[in-house]
Design a protein around this ligand. Structure first.
Ligand SMILES: C[S@@+](CC[C@H](N)C(=O)[O-])C[C@H]1O[C@@H](n2cnc3c(N)ncnc32)[C@H](O)[C@@H]1O
Length: 226
């Protein structure tokens, strides 16, 4: 697959350093909703039990998915980028229970006959796809009561709806451009509710107090209404 979006994300994959071998607690797999190391909640957000099925939309190089597989979940990931998936297959070759697919998240969900106990997206496909398309598709892929959670940057004040993201390609080339969708927590709660999710929360996790990176993380979570 070589459309402009997958080529853009292949470029991103090449510039992104690999996940550390271990986190601050010495663990070789862990779940991170944010882009700050050792920060924020973990897999408990998804309310899963061993044996449950979970789908990662835009799994990238697979660090979060590998953690869920290591916890005993049936962990399925979909990503547009062959380069990202190649990194995932190499890094997590020894992890059982992990299934990776290349493709667009919406197309994957439309073709899926599986119903998952949870679906999630960490700065992934749900950030880079119109939520009016993603939310009904996720709703259709979840068991009643199943959790959908997604993380992304909080919006810049006044910049709402479809925005452009620029992925650097080097000093002599134009950046690759992908679209993302930014909303306030209040708007996200309204969207999730409109598309059949309940107990919806949207919170902004502040960046860690130490360090120079100040941008936090917006985490939106809801459960499929029965
Ligand atoms: C910023 S990366 C995050 C990757 C991973 N979730 C993580 O936390 O490291 C965004 C990922 O979403 C994938 N992606 C973007 N749009 C997608 C779509 N429509 N379908 C599937 N994957 C998509 C990209 O290929 C990329 O791997």
């Amino acid at each position: 697959m070589t459309d402009a979006r997958s080529a853009a994300w292949d470029t991103y994959a090449k510039s992104k350093p690999p996940r550390r071998r271990t986190n601050a607690r010495g663990e070789s797999t862990w779940f991170n909703w944010t882009q700050h190391p050792d920060h924020g909640p973990g897999a408990e957000v998804l309310a899963l039990e061993p044996g449950d099925g979970v789908l990662d939309l835009g799994c990238g190089s697979g660090g979060n998915l590998a953690h869920l597989a290591a916890l005993g979940m049936r962990a399925v990931g979909v990503d547009l980028s062959a380069a990202q998936l190649a990194k995932a297959r190499e890094r997590w070759a020894d992890v059982e229970g992990m299934e990776l697919h290349q493709g667009d998240a919406l197309g994957f969900m439309a073709a899926s006959v599986t119903r998952y106990d949870a679906v999630y997206s960490v700065f992934g496909a749900a950030y880079f796809t119109d939520p009016r398309l993603t939310l009904p598709a996720v709703h259709g892929c979840l068991v009643p009561g199943g959790v959908f959670a997604m993380s992304q940057h909080p919006p810049v004040e006044g910049c709402y709806g479809c925005q452009a993201s620029y992925i650097p390609r080097g000093p002599d080339e134009d950046p690759a451009i992908v679209k993302r969708w930014d909303y306030t927590p209040r708007t996200w709660v309204g969207l999730f509710t409109e598309y059949g999710f309940e107990n919806v929360t949207a919170t902004v996790l502040e960046a860690p107090a130490h360090g120079r990176r100040r941008i936090g993380t917006q985490l939106i979570r809801g459960a499929r209404a029965s």
